[in-house]
Design a protein around this ligand. Structure first.
Ligand SMILES: CC(C)(COP(=O)(O)OP(=O)(O)OC[C@H]1O[C@@H](n2cnc3c(N)ncnc32)[C@H](O)[C@@H]1OP(=O)(O)O)[C@@H](O)C(=O)NCCC(=O)NCCS
Length: 209
């Protein structure tokens, strides 16, 4: 997938970085707390992913003329802006990192590679109704995985099961927006629309409002 910075609308933007390219960029924009967090990551690749995702947020924020406020993680692992404004979500996969920001609404983002094993693993993260329309196509299964992870990250709380609490409406390989909802929890009846961008064997999905 190409690196990109895209303003979705005046309130929201996302960016995709190559973690090798972003690794050479300065990190002076990070908050003191974030610099401490980065210093505790010893694995070089994990450091590159972490840094790439923060540079992606910075680029997304710049595209809607916002400064980088610094982010902290809650007890579920979800990031929040230190100035209390807006919503963010991060992802990394392979050589890519991506982030989305929205000024007013919660957001989720996920990067995945199309993988054959998503088909045999289907019963772990899909409902029977979903497997009925997905057939046996690894692209569709990987896409369903990515959309569910995106919805999971948008709601942000551990304990939500991809299989039992997130249900996708039927979709095909040509759909660019996939709908889903959370059900069967106290967070039920939240509905989500998830944008799909696929390039070669890489899938990027993010929530749209
Ligand atoms: C948390 C989770 C969504 C991360 O997804 P992943 O594909 O492993 O990793 P990604 O690179 O796409 O995303 C990582 C980012 O998710 C974010 N994240 C972690 N927990 C989160 C949460 N509860 N809510 C929102 N975002 C979260 C973090 O920002 C992290 O990036 P960072 O470490 O640089 O800060 C995933 O591990 C998970 O728990 N999925 C759902 C649970 C599940 O049912 N899994 C198994 C099904 S068979």
């Amino acid at each position: 997938m190409q690196t990109k910075i895209e303003k979705i609308n005046p309130l929201s933007a996302f960016a995709v970085n190559n973690i090798h390219e972003s690794d050479t960029l300065p990190i002076d924009f990070l908050s003191f707390r974030e610099k401490l967090s980065l210093a505790t990551i010893s694995h070089p690749r994990k450091r590159m992913e972490w840094k790439g995702a923060r540079l992606a947020i910075k680029a997304a924020l710049e595209s809607i003329q916002l400064p980088y406020p610094g982010f902290y993680k809650d007890s579920h692992g979800k990031s929040h802006a230190m100035d209390g404004f807006g919503f963010v979500s991060l992802t990394h996969h392979g050589d890519l990192a991506a982030a989305i920001y929205h000024k007013e609404m919660p957001v989720g983002i996920d990067l995945e590679r199309v993988r054959e094993k998503t088909v045999p693993l289907g019963p772990k993260y899909l409902d029977r109704k979903e497997m009925d329309f997905l057939g046996n196509d690894p692209f569709l299964y990987s896409l369903a995985w990515s959309v569910k992870e995106t919805i999971f990250k948008c709601q942000g709380r551990k304990g939500i099961s991809l299989r039992q609490n997130i249900l996708l409406q039927p979709f095909t390989a040509t759909d660019t927006v996939i709908k889903g909802r959370i059900y069967g929890t106290d967070f039920a009846d939240h509905h989500y629309a998830v944008q799909v961008i696929s390039e070669n064997d890489v899938i990027l999905t993010y929530t749209v409002w």
